[in-house]
Design a protein around this ligand. Structure first.
Ligand SMILES: Cc1cc2nc3c(=O)[nH]c(=O)nc-3n(C[C@H](O)[C@H](O)[C@H](O)COP(=O)(O)OP(=O)(O)OC[C@H]3O[C@@H](n4cnc5c(N)ncnc54)[C@H](O)[C@@H]3O)c2cc1C
Ligand code: FES
Length: 276
């Protein structure tokens, strides 16, 4: 059940040109939220902008009753949000949507983020680690856990969270479209490279891909997953209005008809989505 709450801003800091990390206090949201879910943020008091803006849960910290967002300033709403001062309260609705489903029995977890699609991967990576350590797996398997994170960005300036993700992952691979940092090229090419060179046919069956990013990237990831027969979950970044399944403004075509990204997603099984 989503909660509407005025959440106090605990930390709000720029982490690069146009990028911000925002930590908010809410016991209820922090204890209920799952990786892959999002919140709808009222970016300013008053009627402008009228609609809330959807932002993924970047970190979820139930112990400290906080959650953190990572966002890029791209327009009116996020520009106003960037002005929120520490100590102020923001009107938040969440947690919303259906997040990632983690199967701790899978040996290899491949997390792929393009652009701001990297934001939800932090919470996901932390939860994969927690669930793996809780599951009664043979010691050897826990130790050989493969958690690969692939980050794709336009250029060096846009690479986010590399250090944070390195703290939880076995390996973080960065690629940029222009080659200004990491490997040159698309993150989906890096994914294929890892699968071809690091996974056997057997380990493809015990692997899972989770991806978030722009549509063309998700389409490429879905094609790779289908070709290699790897389970794959995709988080869609559709434009949203209500965020709770009421306005039907975020419908996407699936193999079982139209579904609402805000409610049935944003995370879907790749094999259920119909890409044009
Ligand atoms: C489920 C979900 C989770 C998201 N998580 C994050 C996140 O963690 N961090 C983050 O920075 N952004 C995230 N976004 C995108 C974010 O919601 C938009 O960037 C934001 O709403 C833009 O608001 P604005 O008023 O600043 O810009 P607007 O003036 O509304 O738009 C400015 C530009 O951004 C584009 N834009 C707006 N919404 C989207 C969208 N959903 N996808 C792609 N382009 C968009 C517009 O086409 C336009 O070009 C998420 C979106 C969804 C649906
Ligand atoms: S945003 Fe209104 S139904 Fe999804």
């Amino acid at each position: 059940m989503p909660i509407q709450e005025k959440c106090r801003v605990l930390v709000h800091q720029p982490i690069g040109p146009r990028f911000y990390q925002l930590t908010l206090l809410s016991r209820d949201i922090a204890t209920q939220a799952q990786p892959g879910q999002f919140v709808e943020v009222k970016c300013a008091d008053g009627y402008v902008p009228l609609l809330r803006r959807p932002i993924s849960l970047h970190r979820i910290d139930p112990q400290n009753e906080t959650f953190t967002l990572l966002y890029e300033v791209v327009g009116q709403g996020t520009e106003l949000l960037a002005k929120a001062a520490v100590g102020a309260e923001l009107d938040i609705l969440g947690p919303l949507g259906t997040g990632f489903k983690i199967d701790p029995a899978k040996k290899t977890h491949l997390l792929v983020g393009g652009g701001m699609g990297v934001a939800p991967l932090m919470a996901l990576a932390e939860e994969v680690k927690i669930q793996k350590s809780k599951a009664c797996l043979p010691d050897r398997q826990v130790k050989s856990l493969d958690l690969f994170i692939l980050i794709g960005a336009r250029n060096k300036e846009c690479v986010q969270c590399e250090g944070e993700l390195k703290a939880v992952a076995d390996q973080v691979i960065v690629s940029t479209d222009d080659g200004s940092y990491g490997q040159k090229g698309f993150v989906s090419d890096q994914l294929l490279d890892i699968i071809n060179n690091r996974l056997s046919v057997v380990s493809c069956q015990s692997s899972v891909i989770y991806a978030c990013g722009p549509r063309p990237m998700l389409k490429a990831v879905a094609q790779i997953a289908a070709q290699k027969q790897i389970d794959c979950q995709l988080s869609l970044e559709e434009r949203m209005a209500c965020g709770i399944g009421a306005c039907k403004g975020c419908a996407v075509l699936t193999t079982s008809g139209y579904k609402m990204v805000c409610k049935d997603g944003p995370v879907f099984n790749a094999s259920d989505l119909v890409f044009s």
